[in-house]
Ligand binder design. Structure first.
Ligand SMILES: [Cu+2]
Length: 335
């Protein structure tokens, strides 16, 4: 069979391969499949994607060319009812098409192993941020003991997230950071991030964790390292303001609720907390009692038009003193 492939046919094969390679390359390059990476780790992961994609395009072009050529060249003519030639296979060809993919797959695994090893390097002084996931919110605690519902990271520094969960398995993911790590109750997992550009990017839970899973979103803001030090010293944005505001920020309430007084609180998953007075009246409850019950037992009263998606264990995780501050703060801001 091979002997029948003449020079003209070689050019034909190469032509088909070139067409297939150009089409698939355009699909790979023109469609923005990957987000713009925001960390060194993400850049390395994207390199593995492209490395693998280039190999895949080569293999696809070769297979598509041989298939197209064969369909055209060896198709049965009309009225040709004869049997095909009794071919036994071609040992040389089989060795080639086994050896080449074996080399390519080995190359992919070596590149992946190198990237995995590089991506778990923390350097000597990583900034360690403790991450606790609960149904359905994130809590990020810094070395100075301050906690937030949002992640703030310094550009260019090694950061190590130390993840765990209080109830069920969750998973930390930010598309621009291109890494995922499970947050498991009773265990500590870690993730190394070296932010490479400033900006604000989504943080998403990617482990189905209950009714509010789709709402379990936060964000990560990357700021210049110099600004980060002052941000840490100032205790972040929650430092200025009443103590109840700090409790509100720490627990990520603003990811689901809008509250004008709290910077960054523009969530729409839960009711607008600037309208708490009307909401308490609708529930026929005194304002303070309504707020406290809503936090401790969110399912007791469901605001019309909203789902029962407020984290049921969130209230119990707030110490009594802080809870009182939070309730007072919301009560005052509603008046
Ligand atoms: Cu979750």
């Amino acid at each position: 069979m091979l002997r029948r492939v003449r020079r003209g046919s070689i050019f034909q094969l190469l032509g088909f391969a070139a067409i297939a390679a150009v089409i698939t390359s355009l699909v790979a390059v023109l469609v923005p499949w990957l987000p713009n990476p925001a960390s060194d780790e993400a850049k390395r992961i994207h390199f593995v994607y492209w490395f693998t994609t280039v190999i895949c395009i080569g293999v696809f072009a070769a297979v598509a060319a041989v298939m197209t050529y064969s369909v055209i060249k060896f198709r049965a003519r009309p009225d040709d009812d004869s049997d095909g030639a009794p071919i036994h296979g071609h040992t040389k060809l089989e060795i080639i098409w086994t050896a080449i993919p074996a080399v390519l797959v080995t190359a992919i695994s070596i590149v992946s192993a190198i990237v995995l090893a590089q991506n778990s390097r923390t350097g000597s002084h990583p900034l360690v941020v403790k991450v606790v996931a609960v149904q359905f919110a994130w809590k990020f605690t810094y070395p100075n003991g301050k906690s937030y519902g949002y992640l703030t990271l310094p550009k260019g520094r090694h950061v190590k997230l130390d993840l765990t969960a209080n109830d069920v398995i969750h998973s930390f993911w930010s598309p621009e950071l291109s890494q995922k790590q499970d947050a498991v109750p009773g265990q500590h997992t870690s993730l190394v991030i070296t932010p490479s550009r400033t900006g604000t990017f989504p943080v998403i839970c990617t482990e189905l964790c209950g009714l509010g899973h789709a709402l379990m979103r936060s964000h990560v803001t990357i700021i210049p390292a110099a600004k980060f030090d002052t941000w840490m010293k100032a205790g972040g944005q929650a430092a200025s303001g009443p103590p109840g505001l700090a409790v509100f920020q720490e627990n990520g309430c603003g990811g689901c609720h809008t509250l004008k007084a709290a910077p960054g609180a523009n969530g729409t998953i839960g009711p607008d907390l600037d309208k708490l007075k009307q909401e308490a009246a609708r529930a026929h409850q005194p304002l303070a009692a309504f707020i406290k019950e809503s936090i401790l037992k969110p399912s007791a009263y469901i605001e019309p038009g909203y789902r029962d998606a407020m984290p049921p264990t969130l209230g119990a995780s707030i110490p009594a003193g802080k809870l009182t501050q939070l309730v007072q703060y919301l009560e005052q801001s509603a008046k």
